[in-house]
Design a protein around this ligand. Structure first.
Ligand code: UFG
Length: 331
């Protein structure tokens, strides 16, 4: 298929571009390089542009006859979204609207959208199905929820088919060390712990040890980025073979505590980096895991990397490579 990948120079987008390229798809990446990198685009053509720029969007849609759009481009830092909500409603929600206008004008039949478990907010249960009410508690989650709604409404009024993927906690890196998370000032647990190993950070905090979980720290469903990437490739195949528009959780359905994750990073690296136990971070639910029956059933998705040791070892391997490389890298 001829596909447009927005945000394809970023962490998750770049892993998906690689798998799409290996599967033989014809790729155009559209990315403003605000957090992505040229080197991360390993297949296809890179168009540097911004989804706030309607003329730039129109130009790329005119130049190509896309059969599918995969839309990753977004800001993803929850505390930043609380401090600067309009940045999130602009870059995530309004720019998704800009993209959807082009999708509608050019009658693109298939759309895959990167959503998040943050749309569920603080649910009472710990294992989440896609049918739960959406109740985001921060602007990041709300910006994605609104985008989901626009996509659903457009699909209802046109021939557009979509797959919305709600990511749980994405981590890990390409096992050959070709790609990984290079985002500056990352806040995600496994990335932060790996930066402690390489010395990029002096130490880290555990945000809360008094949760009602097996060791008092929060439980999350960590999914390897290559398994998540595979879900996108399968979503395209699913729609192309007539699958109806659908929302899928992306997670393994089991979780690890913050302490368990830090222990694995320390064990694998042999580095006893400093860990400080602090109070709870606002808005953290005690435990969040994906009910993944829908994606395993309807898409036939089966993970290849459902193993915390593998997630951490690929993340650590990448962090070491990236630490060596980044001083000489420009976007
Ligand atoms: N944590 C720490 N110390 C850190 C970083 C994180 O203790 O330095 C803890 C958090 O408090 C949380 C867990 O590790 O309990 C995971 O935190 P992350 O920030 O890695 O991830 P979140 O679960 O907060 O967020 C993830 C995605 C979001 C998405 C959300 C949906 O990163 O984009 O899941 O639930 F919105």
């Amino acid at each position: 298929m001829k596909v447009l990948v927005t945000g394809g120079a970023g962490y998750i987008g770049s892993h998906v571009v690689r798998q799409l390229g290996e599967a033989g798809h014809d790729i155009v990446v559209f990315d403003n390089l605000s957090t992505g990198y040229r080197w991360a685009v390993t297949y296809g053509e890179l168009v540097v542009g911004d989804l706030a720029d309607d003329a730039a969007i129109e130009a790329v849609f005119r130049a190509h006859d896309f059969e599918a759009v995969l839309h990753f481009a977004a800001n993803i830092v929850v505390p930043e979204s609380v401090a600067n909500p309009l940045k999130y409603y602009s870059n995530n929600t309004r720019n998704t609207l800009n993209l959807l206008k082009a999708v509608e004008r050019h009658r693109v039949p298939y759309l895959v959208f990167s959503s998040t478990a943050a749309v569920y907010g603080m649910p009472a249960q710990t294992v989440l199905t896609e049918d739960l009410p959406l109740a985001p508690i921060n602007p990041y989650g709300a910006s994605k929820m609104m985008s989901e709604r626009m996509i659903m409404d457009l699909a209802a009024s046109s021939a557009l088919n979509y797959v919305i993927l709600r990511y749980f906690n994405v981590a890990g890196a390409n096992p050959e060390g070709l790609l990984g998370q290079a985002t500056p000032e990352a806040t995600h647990l496994i990335k932060v712990a790996c930066e402690c190993v390489t010395g990029t950070r002096d130490g880290m905090s555990v945000f809360g040890t008094d949760y009602d979980t097996r060791d008092g720290t929060c439980i999350r469903d960590y999914i390897h980025v290559e398994d998540l990437a595979k879900a996108h490739v399968m979503a395209l195949d699913y729609m192309a073979s007539g699958g109806e528009s659908e929302v899928f959780n992306c997670g393994y359905g089991r979780g690890f505590t913050v302490r368990e994750v830090i222990d694995v990073v320390r064990e694998q690296s042999g580095v006893e980096f400093a860990v400080t136990e602090t109070g709870r971070r606002a808005g953290d639910p005690a435990a969040l895991m994906a009910d993944n029956q829908r994606i395993t059933g309807k898409l036939g998705w089966k993970p290849d990397y459902d193993n915390l040791d593998v997630i951490v070892s690929t993340a650590l391997n990448w962090e070491r490579i990236w630490q060596e490389r980044r001083s000489g890298e420009s976007r």
